[in-house]
Design a binder for this molecule. Structure first.
Ligand SMILES: [Zn+2]
Length: 281
């Protein structure tokens, strides 16, 4: 099999994760790279941070595909005096391209939340918040577990199947609550608590804020499971690698794919508080 050009790789990715599905505020697609360059190896990662660039250098890839964008706001300098400028310099000087599929990968089917749901064994998936006029695309997913579990059993399953992080798996709700219908949203999903409350027995997402979670529970909303943002989106990397391999394969080309194993969740330690400390808050 031949090696594709970056142009051919981008056209496959744009078919799988159409840029038109991205939110208005988002910035998706190619950040740097020459469309005529040949791509022999690709690193898939959640965050375009220096640890991932270092991994790309070690793995000798020509392209990094990330979920999160490098830039969202207007940029007037990529001087190597900032972390992001340094990333751009390092990538270009080593001939490594960077491509981001963010909310377009969230909204596409299959997308980021399908990958998370499938990892948790949830089937019969549909969007939690469909896009108007495109009922098969949208934010989050809702589906069914093969059997009813208690909230405690399901939370243990989540902890086992997702990659380990310092953040861990936080649970809100009675541990004996039966759960069968599960809503998930890769990334920060507290904007969709009301949809999850109507649709599911439990909602799995990240970055749940104090007040929104409290109000959701006080209103009788479903149980909540809060996972690390990186861990919730990491399952998408394998989906994207598979989709790229199939798309290129149908054109007679292939690349070496590497799934990043470096956790880029910002939290690096957790201090467990013993109950005997008698905390007063
Ligand atoms: Zn995210």
């Amino acid at each position: 099999m031949s090696q594709p050009t970056l142009r051919e790789v981008v056209s496959v990715l744009d078919l799988v994760y159409p840029p038109r599905l991205a939110a208005d505020w988002d910035s998706v697609g190619l950040v740097c790279g020459d469309l005529d360059a040949t791509v022999s190896a690709v690193l898939f990662a959640v965050d375009p941070v220096m640890e991932v660039v270092d991994e790309a250098l070690l793995s000798q890839v020509d392209l990094i595909i990330t979920h999160h964008p490098l830039f969202l706001a207007g940029v007037h300098s990529v001087a190597a005096t900032t972390a992001k400028g340094k990333i751009v310099h390092t990538l270009i000087s080593h001939g490594i391209a960077l491509f981001c599929a963010h909310t377009n990968a969230d909204h596409a089917t299959p997308g980021v939340s399908d990958a998370l749901a499938e990892k948790l064994g949830i089937g019969d998936l549909s969007p939690l918040v469909p896009i108007l006029g495109q009922p098969s695309a949208g934010t989050g997913r809702v589906g069914e577990l093969p059997e009813t579990l208690t909230l405690e059993q399901f939370a243990e399953l989540v902890a086992v199947v997702l990659p380990q992080t310092v953040h861990g798996v936080r649970v809100a709700g009675d541990p004996m609550t039966p759960v069968r219908t599960v809503a998930v949203c890769g990334g920060a999903g507290d904007g969709f608590l009301s949809e999850a409350a109507l649709a599911a027995d439990v909602y799995v997402t990240s970055d749940l804020r104090h007040h929104l979670a409290l109000e959701h529970l006080a209103d009788g909303g479903c149980a909540l499971i809060d996972i690390a943002h990186w861990a919730g989106e990491w399952p998408w990397l394998e989906q994207a690698a598979g989709a790229l391999a199939r798309g290129l394969g149908s054109q007679g080309s292939s690349v070496r794919s590497i799934i990043s194993q470096r956790p880029t969740d910002p939290w690096t330690a957790r201090v467990l508080q013993a109950p005997s400390q008698g905390s007063t808050f």
